[in-house]
Ligand binder design. Structure first.
Ligand code: HEM
Length: 154
C-alpha cells in the first residue's frame, strides 16, 4: 500500500507545483488582468492538494526507506525534504497568500512583482528538488532487490 501511494503522492506534488508555476508565468506574461486575478486567487486553494500530497510522499518515503538502510540515493532524497518543506512553509505559502490578496485588490505594484519574483524562484527550487527526488526514486525502483531477483530468474 505504502509502495503504491508513494509515487502517486510524489508525482501529484510535483505536478501541482509545476501547474502553479506555469499558470503564473503564462498568465502574467500573456493574459488579461482578470485571468491573472483568477490564477492568483486559485493557487492558495491548490495548497489543499499540494500539502497533503507532500506529507503523504514524505511519510510513505520514510516508511519505505526503513526496508533499505544505508542507501545513498535514499539519504539524498531524505536530505532534500527539509528544504522542500521549509521553502514551502516559509516562502511559497506566505507569498501565494500575499499575491492573492494583492491581485484581488487590483494592486499590481512593485511589492506585487517583487514578491512574485521571489515566489517563482522558490517554486523553481522546489520543482528541481522534487524532480531530483522523482529521478532518484525511479533509480531506486530499477535497483530494487525484488526487481533484480525477478530479472535474475529471467
Ligand atoms: C516528495 C518527494 C518525493 C518524490 C517526488 C518521490 C518519488 C518517488 C518515485 C517516483 C519513486 C519510484 C517508485 C515506483 O515507481 O514504484 C520513489 C521510490 C522511492 N522513494 Fe521516493 N519520492 C519522494 C520522497 C521520498 C522520501 C522523502 C524518501 C525517504 C526518505 C523516499 C524514499 C523512496 C524509496 C525507498 C523508494 C523505493 C521504493 C521501492 O522500494 O521500490 N522518497 N520515489
Amino acid at each position: 500500500m505504502t509502495k503504491a501511494i508513494h509515487p502517486i503522492a510524489g508525482t501529484l506534488a510535483l505536478v501541482t507545483i509545476l501547474t502553479f508555476w506555469i499558470s503564473t508565468t503564462v498568465s502574467e506574461l500573456f493574459s488579461p488582468l482578470a485571468t491573472i486575478v483568477m490564477v492568483k486567487t486559485l493557487i492558495p486553494w491548490g495548497f489543499f492538494v499540494l500539502i497533503p500530497a507532500l506529507m503523504a510522499a514524505g511519510g510513505s518515503g520514510f516508511t519505505l526507506s526503513k526496508k533499505r538502510p544505508g542507501n545513498g540515493l535514499i539519504d539524498a532524497k531524505r536530505k532534500r525534504m527539509p528544504f522542500i518543506a521549509g521553502n514551502g512553509i516559509l516562502i511559497l505559502i506566505p507569498a501565494a497568500l500575499f499575491l492573492a490578496f494583492k491581485a484581488r485588490a487590483g494592486e499590481f505594484d512593485a511589492a506585487f512583482y517583487g514578491v512574485q519574483i521571489v515566489e517563482l524562484v522558490a517554486g523553481a527550487v522546489n520543482i528541481t528538488l522534487l524532480g531530483l527526488n522523482m529521478r532518484d526514486g525511479l533509480r531506486l525502483k530499477s535497483r530494487s532487490p525484488h526487481l533484480s531477483s525477478q530479472r535474475r530468474s529471467l
